[in-house]
Design a binder for this molecule. Structure first.
Ligand SMILES: C[S@@+](CC[C@H](N)C(=O)[O-])C[C@H]1O[C@@H](n2cnc3c(N)ncnc32)[C@H](O)[C@@H]1O
Length: 283
């Protein structure tokens, strides 16, 4: 990994507090972390390891493969509500759901959007295969969603030709991307954004350094780092209030020209953020 990445400390007061509040959950969590780390030792390549973990998760329980199984319904509802109510996603808009997984969020979005306006993309062929099954189960084939398996984040897949998304959405995806992948994504996302389009991504926000979580598949990023990388590709990054069910943070990226044209924008570093639709929010 090229960027300066620090391993999450073994002990944090926040984790200790959670363990005291719920010892059974803490034991389960530690077991799961140890199992994942043990698995990781078997792979040199992070991506290979990640794909294998996703595959076994999808085979075992698709709900648990994309996050805490008990949050499946809430995460599904929240994605739809956030996109429609907060970003203003309209039925005739085009959405690119990057890292769509098994379509936990995708199913109600396919249902909501006009036919052919939903594109889902994921690195895991296993997650996409399960997502296709869900499309059929929900009777949504007529909505003609495009589901694409990608190998990198350069958006060169032929099925993306001509895609101009009003919104690119990456829910719980940057949280799993190592720094080189986040940089590749920010260098190329403009290829699939419509003029004035916005790219929303949930993140784990860290204070100063990039942190690799001890569960083996999680990364935390400082906002300043994301801003710097975004700036290198003429994008502007702003935090967004999002009330995430699993306590993630959110950032919106958009082309700098468009951002600068919006007079309500504050200069970088000021102590306010934006609501998803562009209203200022005090953090
Ligand atoms: C935690 S799941 C979230 C899935 C979905 N966004 C949701 O909220 O249900 C993360 C997803 O990101 C996908 N992913 C990870 N790295 C990726 C990459 N480089 N390109 C595309 N998808 C990726 C994984 O395969 C997985 O399906």
């Amino acid at each position: 990994m090229s960027a300066d990445v620090r391993r999450e400390p073994l002990f944090t007061f926040a984790n200790a507090r959670k363990a005291v509040q719920n010892p059974a959950e803490a034991v389960r969590h530690v077991r799961q972390r140890l199992a994942t780390r043990f698995q990781r030792l078997r792979y040199d390549d992070y991506r290979e390891f990640y794909l294998e973990t996703t595959k076994s998760g999808v085979d075992e329980d698709p709900a648990a493969a994309v996050g805490p199984a008990e949050l499946w319904d809430e995460m599904r509802r929240w994605q739809h509500e956030f996109l429609v109510d907060e970003t203003g996603l309209d039925q005739e808009d085009y959405l690119l759901d990057l890292g769509c997984g098994v379509l936990r969020g995708g199913i109600p979005l396919i249902d909501y959007l006009e036919s052919g306006h939903y594109t889902g993309m994921d690195i895991s062929a296993d997650a996409l295969a399960k997502g296709r099954e869900f499309v059929i189960e929900h009777g949504l084939e007529a909505k003609d969603p495009t589901l694409i398996q990608n190998d990198d984040l350069r958006f060169r897949e032929p099925a993306l030709d001509g895609v101009e998304a009003d919104i690119v959405w990456a829910q719980s995806v940057l949280t799993h991307l190592p720094p080189e992948d986040v940089r590749e994504l920010l260098a190329n996302v403009n290829r699939v954004l419509a003029p004035g389009g916005r790219f929303y991504a949930t993140i784990y926000e860290s204070d100063e350094r990039i942190i690799e979580r001890r569960n083996g598949t999680g990364f935390e990023y400082p906002l300043a780092t994301l801003r710097k990388w975004a700036h290198e590709h003429d994008l502007r990054a702003q935090p967004v209030a999002c009330d995430h069910p699993n306590d993630l943070d959110m950032v919106v990226f958009e082309a700098r020209e468009a951002a600068l044209a919006d007079k309500s924008f504050k200069m970088e570093g000021e102590a306010s953020s934006m609501s998803a639709s562009g209203q200022e929010v005090t953090r």
